[in-house]
Design a protein. Sequence first.
Length: 63
Amino acid sequence: MNNNFSKLKDLVMSLEGDFEKFYEKGNAAAGTRVRKGMQDLKNMAQDIRKEVQDTKNSTADKK
């Protein structure tokens, strides 16, 4: 799980430059990259959420 959290943080940090380019300079291509990155972030968060739920359920089944 720690690896997933690191990937999540890396993805967020990798978008910082594109956020600045889009919001401060109006760079449309950077906006497209931000949108793609946010979609990737959403998908990654959903995968982590599922993994946590599965782990929680398997732990509860053992008790």
